[in-house]
Design a protein around this ligand. Structure first.
Ligand code: BDP
Length: 639
């Protein structure tokens, strides 16, 4: 049973009524409902009419009613009942979570326990967990789930696994969530016993068509396939000299008769070639116009890999004849796992400020779920799941507004919560992502993480035989002259992949926003910054600012104590303490390491490090990819 009683109280009431189709609708007492023949609402839209008798929700179908009742209940809780009428339709028809769950129960980059899907069918509590998951998705507007890892096992398409998937689909259907799968491009060989997976080979296309028939015979509303091809060792069409478009279209044609889509990832980079930040563009931009209509190219928000701050990927907007979707990462692979608070809506909004939401046709988020009690590890990480869904519904919502909803409808639900308490927690969470940027990678630094697990700092990292573009020095390029990756015309010229106004703005260090300075430029240590300080002093003070912010976070959380369940309070407090210590670890490791190159002292206002660089360089976290390190483990290592 859910020990986190404070979560999931109001938005989707626990007491639900089941519609004729099986869809669970929020009971929302006192809110009238009316099905109307209004095609402008679409299948998922709704209208909320406020009148003398209270609220009435109008929708053309049950899914619209589901979202409309949820929205009306939320408005009531928030005290934001409209003066007359509000009409809403989602910005995207496809709002999908990507689960990186493996069939052995582990979760790649998951920090909230094992897979919720219970692939082997041994957990009697699994179905109830899927229902909780479905309700949360419904409350935020998420309508699709890719159940398995993009590093996909072919076995997920085997008969036994498809029956399991059909069971999950039967449950999630009650919440308006359709099921999708990640496909391994070599499945015709690994599962079908064919000698090749060449997309031009008729037997291969026939195998996929037959598999799709089987999938749809078991799951009639199956959504489609997600494919990671020719990326980080995964098989793909390029193994046979074919293009990504050729491979994607072959699958798209196999699934088209059933109405499914193929989401084809553009996360590609190979060793030894151009600047990694340029590679997806170099490979995909020339394919514009070649993809079938039911293919959507899925592009990570930034050109590298889910860093705490990245510019948008230049592929957005560069393929006008191709359907594109963005992939965000909700799980905190690069933001302190489930130990750190990092409310991510500001990062996603930043993306939507640069990339017009209308230029995309769908949104995906790599899920932060697992089978632990509260489903997300850090109790406040649920806010990221919620915010992802809300932004996928309406990318123009403000991060503060979304957070307010989550706090008032989900977290702070015990008693009459004074506004000052909600404000305190909201401000703390709103600033948390920027705090992480400050204490991990300020001013456009990126990928200076420890190898493999990506938890702590390792700007010095050396791994014998590792690809150069997997090592931090490839990204920070520290030397005695300065710091940062020169991507302007004098360097890798990645800036020329951007359209205007970005191209000119990023090309010169003078016009580049300071937040991204070291992403795009190698800058001398004594370059004057906007503050009037040198780069070195500014860098040091940003790290310090991040540390100070983590102290303030603990203070901001304390007033919440009477208004959340005691276990939630204590859990958050313990994790904030880890975050405080980790922030200092980052600051001391990075500043002492970069100080070897800058050869400058720490400016006034920066706390002296508690450990020497040599001590910090000896830390090696004995953790796998699949769980966050514990506080005790971290303390011990840094003693
Ligand atoms: C990286 C992760 C890796 C994923 C890969 C991907 O480190 O585990 O498989 O992205 O998105 O961020 O395919």
């Amino acid at each position: 049973m859910n020990q986190y009683k404070g979560l999931l109280n109001a938005i989707l009431c626990t007491c639900l009524c089941v519609a004729a189709s099986g869809l669970e609708l929020p009971s929302a007492p006192g809110i009238a409902r009316a099905y109307v023949a209004d095609s402008t609402l679409g299948a998922e839209g709704y209208r909320i009419v406020s009148g003398a008798e209270g609220l009435r929700v109008e929708a053309a179908g049950e899914r619209g009613m589901l979202y409309g009742l949820g929205a009306a209940a939320r408005m009531r809780t928030m005290g934001r009942v409209p003066a007359d009428t509000v009409t809403e339709r989602p910005a995207y028809a496809l709002r999908v979570l990507n689960h990186w769950d493996n069939l052995d129960g582990t979760v790649e980059r998951g920090y909230a326990g094992p897979s919720i899907w219970d692939w082997q069918g041994t957990d009697p509590g699994a179905e109830e967990r899927w229902r909780r998951y479905g309700r949360i998705c419904a409350s935020t507007g998420i309508n699709g789930a890719v159940l398995n890892n993009v590093n996909a096992s072919s076995q997920v398409l085997s008969g036994a696994m498809l029956r399991r998937v059909a069971h999950i689909a039967d449950v999630l259907r009650d919440y308006g969530v359709r099921v999708y799968l990640s496909a391994n491009f070599a499945a015709p060989m690994q599962l079908g016993g064919l000698p090749t997976a060449d997309p031009e080979e008729p037997a291969v296309a026939a195998w996929w068509a037959a598999r799709c028939d089987t999938v749809y015979s078991l799951i009639p509303d199956f959504g489609g396939l997600l494919v990671k091809a020719n990326s980080e060792g995964q098989p793909g069409p390029c193994d046979y000299g074919r293009s990504h478009a050729c491979g994607a279209n072959m699958l798209a044609r196999a699934i088209a008769p059933h109405g499914g889509v193929v989401m084809w990832r553009a996360f590609v980079y190979s060793p030894g070639d151009a600047d990694r930040a340029k590679q997806a563009y170099l490979e995909f931009e020339p394919l514009d116009g070649q993809f079938d209509d039911n293919v959507i190219v899925q592009i990570k928000n930034g050109p590298i890999d889910f860093q705490p701050r990245e510019p948008h990927s230049p592929l957005f907007g560069a393929m006008p004849r191709t359907r594109q979707m963005v992939e965000f990462q909700i799980t905190q692979e690069y933001l302190g796992h489930s130990n750190h608070v990092a409310y991510l809506a500001p990062m996603w909004s930043e993306f939507f400020e640069a990339v017009a939401p209308e230029s995309l046709c769908a949104v995906a988020g790599v899920a932060n779920t697992g089978a632990c009690d509260n489903l997300t590890g850090h109790p406040l990480a649920m806010a990221n799941w919620y915010a992802f869904g809300r932004l996928a519904w309406n990318p123009r919502l403000s991060p503060a507004e979304i957070l307010d909803e989550w706090l008032r409808c989900e977290l702070l639900t015990r008693g009459d919560v004074p506004a000052a308490v909600t404000d305190s927690v909201r401000d703390m969470m709103l600033g948390s992502r920027e705090a992480v940027v400050d204490y991990m990678m300020p001013l456009g630094l990126h990928h200076i993480f420890a190898f493999g697990h990506h938890y702590g700092p390792e700007p010095w990292c050396e791994v014998e035989g590792a690809r150069e573009d997997w090592l931090p020095r490839y990204y920070h390029r520290a030397d005695t002259a300065g710091l940062g990756f020169e991507r302007g015309p004098a360097g890798s010229d990645a800036t020329s992949q951007y359209g205007e106004p970005w191209r000119s703005m990023y090309a010169s260090a003078d016009s580049c926003p300071e937040e991204l300075l070291l992403w795009f430029h190698h800058v001398p240590w004594d370059r004057p910054m906007r503050s009037g300080r040198t780069l070195w002093d500014e860098l040091c003070l940003r790290y310090q600012r991040g540390c100070d912010a983590t102290d303030a976070m603990l203070d901001a959380w304390r007033p919440a104590r009477p208004y959340v369940e005691p276990d939630v309070y204590a859990d958050v407090e313990a994790r904030l303490d880890i975050q405080r210590r980790d922030a200092r670890w980052w600051r001391d490791a990075c500043l002492q390491y970069f100080g070897r190159y800058s050869r400058r002292p720490l400016p006034e206002g920066v706390e002296p490090p508690a450990h020497t660089l040599e001590q910090l360089m000896r830390i090696h976290l004995p953790i796998s990819n699949f769980e966050a390190p514990t506080g005790e483990m971290l303390m011990k290592l840094r003693e």
